[in-house]
Design a protein around this ligand. Structure first.
Ligand SMILES: [Zn+2]
Ligand SMILES: [Zn+2]
Length: 527
């Protein structure tokens, strides 16, 4: 089976290679890239020839930070994203509660009090009002806090006497110490009660997500979930339905189990493979649990939450290195980044040798830590769409001065860091074009004529595009196979209606995905 694409604007994603017009694919591999006439000569009678009429061809996009199962599960939850008042959220929750059977959990997601008219965090009574009998848990947009009702607290046995959990916080009513209904970080205090979906439900959810990724031009995802999810994706691969490339990383508690289990199954492949251990250094901006050097401006000197002590973090990293895995560390606040670098530095002394470590999010960072990241060759894996969600709240609770070094992607690129883009789905929408527009303009979609937020950090379209190709392959150990359009690479391609480099910056997000190809197979065809 061979396919030739002609008359495209082919973006190879390699600076040294010229732009091209045509690509020839044999089976799952790119075999030639060049002008129309060069490729024409190489076609045989069986070659499927497609005229792209000037459309833009990029390597398949990698979304290097996703939680595929959470994304799939969310498809069946009450979605509170974008609702601008508590009342609007209550209304949406009430609609779901009305349909629920007795005892059924009402699960929702994506509330964000920072966009509510009153800006106040909700409490259990707000939820009791619309779902007094069914237990309910509403996960904040960042995933780092949940809002639960009285019934949920009662079932979970979380009371005034429950001690403060390590690495988290139960907000309490003043005086009585009764939980107020907000739990930070340690969501498991209540969520351990949520009914576990069957493997079949998980499979179906994964397949729905796979379709969504293809519709958005994404051919590869890095998924941060557990051994359990890996097993399910493995089954999907065995059934022949896995078409999306999935690079899986694991939580530290699964490493031994994983190695044991893997001996009993077929080897990893170029479609489904694994590496890295995922660790958490802190919480999130919006939940005020990102760990900072200085205080949040709207608290009494609070500096966020470190999920691990420095010793624990170092131990977890050493454990990971000892199992042959590099680390991926979630670190949002500047202090979390500093602590992470300290821990990695120490752990590497014990376990020297090449590493492909990455830090995720890096929403606030000291310049000297970015320099250290460069020296230590640690990738910066960031989510451009976070600006859409976080800009106003970051200004408010970190202050304009600190925000000068927030989401500092231009500085990262200038420091020569391996800059990798992703969605953190389901935290942010997965459309790479929306993310690229955000990285280029640093403007809210709601205010296209507004000011760029710290415009000195705006990226060129070229640099933003590279965030999806250049280092994502390296981060998953497969740079030899993916990330550019070159002979010998796998035939993963995304075809867009327009070249993002030649449309107005505020129109990039409107560019449509026309075709997605993985391993030489067309997996999505737009209208
Ligand atoms: Zn994270
Ligand atoms: Zn994440």
């Amino acid at each position: 089976m061979s396919i030739a694409l002609f008359s495209g604007r082919i973006y190879t994603a390699v600076d040294e290679l010229p732009a091209a017009e045509a690509v020839l694919i044999e089976k799952n591999t790119i075999v030639a890239v060049g002008t129309n006439s060069e490729i024409k000569k190489k076609c045989t009678r069986g070659t499927q020839q497609i005229d792209l009429a000037g459309k833009f061809v990029a390597p398949g996009f990698t979304d290097a930070h996703t939680h595929v199962w959470s994304m799939g599960r969310r498809l069946s939850m009450v979605d509170l994203r974008g609702l601008t008042s508590l009342a609007a959220c209550q209304e949406a929750i009430a609609r779901s509660a009305d349909k629920a059977s007795p005892g059924q959990w009402i699960i929702g997601r994506n509330w964000n009090q920072n966009i509510w008219d009153n800006g106040q965090e909700p409490n259990r009574q707000d939820l009791d009002r619309v779902t007094p009998n069914n237990p309910a848990v509403m996960i904040r947009i960042c995933g780092h806090a949940s809002w639960v009702n009285s019934r949920a607290l009662e079932l979970a046995g979380v009371t005034a006497d429950t001690p403060e959990p390590q690495g988290g916080k139960i907000e309490r009513e003043p005086g009585t110490q009764i939980p107020s209904g907000i739990i930070r970080e340690t969501r498991q205090l209540v969520e351990y009660l949520l009914p576990e979906p069957s493997p079949e439900m998980k499979k179906q959810a994964f397949l729905k997500c796979q379709t969504l990724f293809f519709q958005n031009g994404i051919t590869c995802v890095h998924s941060f979930e557990t051994l359990e999810e890996y097993k399910i994706i493995k089954e999907i691969e065995r059934s022949g339905k896995l078409k999306l490339r999935v690079y899986h990383s694991l939580p530290p508690e699964d490493l031994e189990l994983f190695d044991k289990w893997e001996k009993t199954t077929t080897p990893q492949s170029d479609l489904l493979w694994h590496g890295h251990t995922k660790l958490f250094a802190d919480g999130s901006l919006g939940a005020r649990s990102a760990c900072l050097h200085g205080p949040y401006l709207d608290t009494n000197g609070d500096r966020g939450i470190a999920c691990l002590t420095p010793d624990q973090m170092q131990q977890d990293i050493e454990h990971s290195y000892s199992m042959g895995r590099s680390v991926i560390v979630h670190a949002i606040g500047d202090r979390a980044v500093t602590e992470t670098l300290n821990a990695i530095e120490e752990a590497r002394k014990k376990y020297p040798g090449p590493k492909r470590d990455r830090i995720e999010h890096i929403q606030l960072c000291c310049l000297e830590d970015l320099v250290r990241m460069g020296q230590m060759d640690i990738a910066a894996s960031v989510q451009p769409m976070a600006i859409q969600t976080d800009r106003d709240v970051a200004e408010r609770i970190w202050g304009d001065h600190r925000c000068g070094r927030a989401y500092a992607w231009k500085t990262m690129a200038d420091q020569g860091l391996r800059l990798i883009f992703s969605s953190d789905a389901p935290i942010e929408p997965i459309n790479p074009m929306a993310a690229i527009q955000t990285a280029v303009t640093r403007k809210s979609f709601n205010e296209p004529d507004g000011q760029s937020w710290h415009s000195e950090q705006c990226l060129s379209v070229e640099t933003a595009l590279k965030g999806y190709f250049e280092h994502a392959g390296w981060a998953s150990g497969k740079e030899a196979l993916f990330g550019s359009i070159q002979p010998g690479k796998r035939a993963d391609l995304t075809i867009l209606s327009r070249d993002p480099r030649s449309v107005a910056a505020d129109k990039i997000k409107d560019i449509a995905v026309e075709m997605t190809i993985v391993d030489g197979e067309i997996v999505f065809l737009g209208l």
